[in-house]
Design a protein around this ligand. Structure first.
Ligand SMILES: Nc1ncnc2c1ncn2[C@@H]1O[C@H](COP(=O)(O)OP(=O)(O)OP(=O)(O)O)[C@@H](O)[C@H]1O
Length: 228
């Protein structure tokens, strides 16, 4: 792990203005994650974990405060700039992977590179390299519907990493997997954390997965509290 800060949140607040009463979900939240560091975020249902991930990924905007990723504040970016920034710096892994059903595994992984303007052939080659890294090269030509849950999740991880992101956001990455498959995903994440300098923020209800990370932070009353 390096000493370099990859993600910094300062005074991040998110208020939903719906209905007669405002709902303050995140309240002056602070967070620092270093390059190569993996942080688990735990918290009860409705505590604001998804809200936090959406803000970190630039899918939603903070009501107050600033988020700095790889030295860039995302506060003042336009929607188009945020889109480009996300493509360049952020990898997402969702619980239900969100792979495109009509495309093969390697096409799914190549997609973020093609969106960036890379030639198809080169993008597919890079996608294959990443798929090999997650042990999915032999299944590269298969569509998501022909893959198991764990295989799909490995493809989703490959897709999140193919752009060499600064920050990887994971929402229950082992949520719908059996224990053995979840264990394999954990090993894979260990390997990636060792070899890459990206920061990981992993939202989970799985205490085993949380304890496996460098730090566990509890989201409570709108703020993150370090758990011993
Ligand atoms: N777009 C929205 N408008 C109004 N309120 C919202 C909106 N999105 C979320 N909320 C509310 O904000 C709170 C936090 O929701 P969030 O989805 O971030 O929680 P969570 O910790 O991810 O929960 P879970 O573990 O159940 O998925 C909840 O009370 C929710 O009802």
């Amino acid at each position: 792990m390096s000493e370099r800060t990859m993600l910094e949140c300062q005074g991040v607040t998110r208020v939903y203005n719906e209905g007669p009463q405002d709902l303050t979900v995140l309240d002056q939240l602070s967070l620092n994650v270093r390059a190569g560091e993996r942080v688990a975020v735990v918290g009860s249902s409705g505590s604001g974990k998804t809200t936090l991930l959406n803000l970190l990924g630039g899918l939603d905007r903070a009501s107050e405060g600033d988020i700095v990723i790889a030295g860039q504040s995302i506060k003042g970016l336009s929607e188009a700039e945020i889109g480009r920034f996300r493509n360049r710096h952020i990898g997402f892994v969702y619980q239900f992977h969100h792979l495109l059903a009509e495309f093969t595994a390697d096409e799914n992984v190549a997609m973020p590179l093609i969106i960036r303007g890379m030639r198809r052939r080169e993008a597919r080659a890079q996608a294959r390299t990443l798929l090999a890294r997650v042990g999915m090269e032999p299944r590269a030509a298969h569509k998501p519907g022909e893959l198991s849950g764990g295989e799909r999740q490995r493809v989703a991880i490959a897709r999140a990493l193919v752009t060499d992101p600064s920050l990887v956001l994971m929402d229950e990455p082992t949520g719908n997997l059996d224990q053995t498959t979840a264990g394999r995903i954990l090993e894979l994440m260990d390997d990636i954390a060792r070899t890459s300098q990206c920061a990981f923020v992993i939202v989970t209800h799985d205490t085993g997965l949380a304890r496996h990370q460098d730090r566990v932070l509890h989201l409570d009353q709108g703020r993150l509290v370090e758990q011993p």
